[in-house]
Ligand binder design. Structure first.
Ligand SMILES: NC(=O)c1ccc[n+]([C@@H]2O[C@H](COP(=O)([O-])OP(=O)(O)OC[C@H]3O[C@@H](n4cnc5c(N)ncnc54)[C@H](O)[C@@H]3O)[C@@H](O)[C@H]2O)c1
Length: 271
């Protein structure tokens, strides 16, 4: 057994958006490494599914659900962690939404919705969890996006929200260092999740073949030639919360298959 296999033995992690997609991949990874997992999601059904997946694999988990832009959702989740497991060591924020539009056609309500979930939601979760995490000298890991750094057309609200998260990460890293708490963000490239599949349906003919073709096409934009699986983000989140990352704070870890390493222009191929 190597060190990472049980890196989270005896630790408790709260994962917002842990019910589906990237958050589910993170929840399963932490559970495999010995953590007791508090799985949060918007609705009970997918939370229950993820909790069952963890328990069926021999892990320990409990679920909670609710809108992450409301303060009680995070305070309830933290209270559940303490009532059930007696401690909270780590927070991973994976709840997030993607909406499309440029600065003119993005409805103000959509802007507020995106910032409500993606930014206010992370702030509220950190605000509720940090007193417990400080007591354990634990960690906070924010799931941001490559879109905090480079972007595409028609995603003004989403891109701005991810930029705000990277700034929030730096600000909290500086403040929390005094308490022995590390705060980092992860910038995934494209990851095969319900969110990505919804986007692929929107930008293709919507058939199963069209969605698969679109995802495969998006994969070719990454140097590794494919999109990621949620477990691959789980590995990165597990590393950042582990003692192996003891000198890592305030950082933005790209897990993007080389997406941002490449510029669009290519040299002509030699004959
Ligand atoms: N999938 C990708 O390609 C990709 C790439 C980069 C970054 N991300 C980011 O990763 C995070 C997770 O994305 P995903 O692809 O797994 O998405 P997903 O839609 O598959 O899952 C989103 C999760 O967030 C929760 N959620 C959504 N709205 C919520 C709300 N209002 N209140 C509480 N919970 C809510 C859902 O219940 C679910 O658990 C997001 O922040 C997203 O921006 C995703």
């Amino acid at each position: 057994m190597n060190g990472s296999e049980r890196a989270h033995d005896g630790k408790v992690v709260l994962i917002t958006g842990g019910s589906q997609g990237i958050g589910r991949g993170i929840a399963l990874t932490f559970a495999r490494r010995g953590a007791s997992v508090v799985v949060h999601g918007l609705t009970a059904d997918y939370v229950d599914e993820t909790v069952a997946l963890i328990r069926d694999a021999g892990g320990t988990a409990i679920g909670t659900f609710g809108p992450i832009d409301q303060e009680h959702t995070s305070t309830d989740a933290v209270a559940l962690a303490i009532d059930t497991y007696g401690r909270l060591d780590h927070l991973v924020t994976a709840a997030g939404i993607q909406r499309y539009g440029d600065a003119v056609d993005t409805p103000i309500e959509t802007w507020d919705e995106v910032f409500g979930v993606n930014v206010r939601g992370v702030f509220l979760a950190a605000r509720a969890a940090l007193p417990q995490i400080r007591a354990r000298q634990g960690t906070v890991t924010i799931i941001s996006s490559v879109q905090a750094t480079a972007t595409q057309n028609n995603v003004v609200a989403y891109t701005a929200s991810k930029g705000a998260l990277n700034s929030l990460c730096r600000a909290m890293a500086v403040d929390e260092a005094a308490y022995g708490v590390r705060v980092n963000s992860i910038a995934p490239g494209s990851v095969d999740t319900p969110m990505l599949r919804t986007s692929a349906a929107e930008w293709s003919d919507g058939t199963r073949e069209g969605v698969e073709r679109t995802i495969a096409n998006w994969g070719t934009m990454h140097a590794l030639g494919r999109v990621a699986q949620p477990d691959e983000i789980g590995e990165a989140a597990s590393f950042l919360a582990s003692d192996a990352a003891s000198f890592v704070t305030g950082s933005e870890l790209r897990v993007d298959g080389g997406l941002l390493a490449r510029i669009a222009a290519a040299l002509p191929t030699k004959d």
